[in-house]
Design a protein around this ligand. Structure first.
Ligand code: DX5
Ligand code: ZN
Length: 225
């Protein structure tokens, strides 16, 4: 995988048909998705439960692009191996999920995946300052994690500060939550390159009628151009 800072749209399958993940992923990739974002929730770190490593392994053969796994779980470390074995390209853990985020990031890289760290809206950017040599991606949450379809919380100044802090390191800045054609340009101008979007991509479409997925992806891309 070659690093670049081009805008990448990463549809979150949290907004897809849970009974049909394989076909949904193939449809949204055919319609122009760059990465597939996979939201794992444990009902403990966040107030919702989604799915775990078995589901990730089952959907992996349907993903041709990049499998971007966002772990909203605590603890993280006991499950890293399972998500790596499931074929995750990126595994992102929350800085708030435990006292030893540095160890977690080392374990993710040690398991052969790229390491991401996510920041809740209430967490300052300084929380990642000592982690920049241990991460491949920083995810700036623009909603409080747990649910799709929430409204965007403006974290533009956090993104700008992060972009400056990263300098020329090969670290992606990902935005997660409430991304739409209206909010996407704000964070892209501030330095983000990966845009997670659930509802804004999957709305209006289906496996049988996937064209709206493409229209929705192109609308986000065009708004940022
Ligand atoms: C929130 C998840 C997000 C979310 C994005 O807990 O991490 O990935 O599903 O969904 P939208 O784009 O609908 O805010
Ligand atoms: Zn997510």
């Amino acid at each position: 995988m070659i690093f670049d800072r081009l805008v990448k749209i990463a549809p979150s399958i949290l907004a897809a048909d849970f009974a049909n993940f394989g076909a949904e992923i193939e449809a949204v990739e055919a319609q122009g998705a760059d990465w597939i974002h996979v939201d794992v929730m444990d009902g403990h770190f966040v107030p919702n439960i989604s799915f775990g490593p078995t589901t990730c392994a089952a959907i992996r053969p349907h993903i041709k692009t990049v499998m971007d796994v966002h772990l909203m779980i605590a603890p993280v470390d006991p499950y890293i191996e399972a998500f790596a074995e499931a074929g995750a390209d990126f595994i992102t853990a929350h800085v708030e999920a435990g006292p030893h985020i540095h160890r977690t990031l080392q374990a993710i890289r040690g398991a052969g995946a790229k390491a991401g760290v996510a920041l809740n809206p209430g967490t300052p950017v300084s929380a990642v300052e000592e982690l920049l040599d241990s991460v491949d991606l920083v995810c700036v949450m623009t909603v409080n994690p747990g649910f799709g379809g929430q409204s965007f919380i403006d974290m533009t100044s956090k993104v700008r500060a992060l972009r400056q802090m990263i300098g020329d390191r090969e670290i992606h800045i990902e935005i997660d939550g409430g991304v739409t054609p209206t909010t996407a340009p704000l964070v892209v101008q501030a330095g983000a390159d990966v845009l997670v979007a659930g509802s804004a991509v999957f709305k209006g479409g289906s496996v049988k009628d996937p064209a709206p997925y493409g229209e929705n992806i192109r609308a986000i891309r065009a708004a940022c151009a």
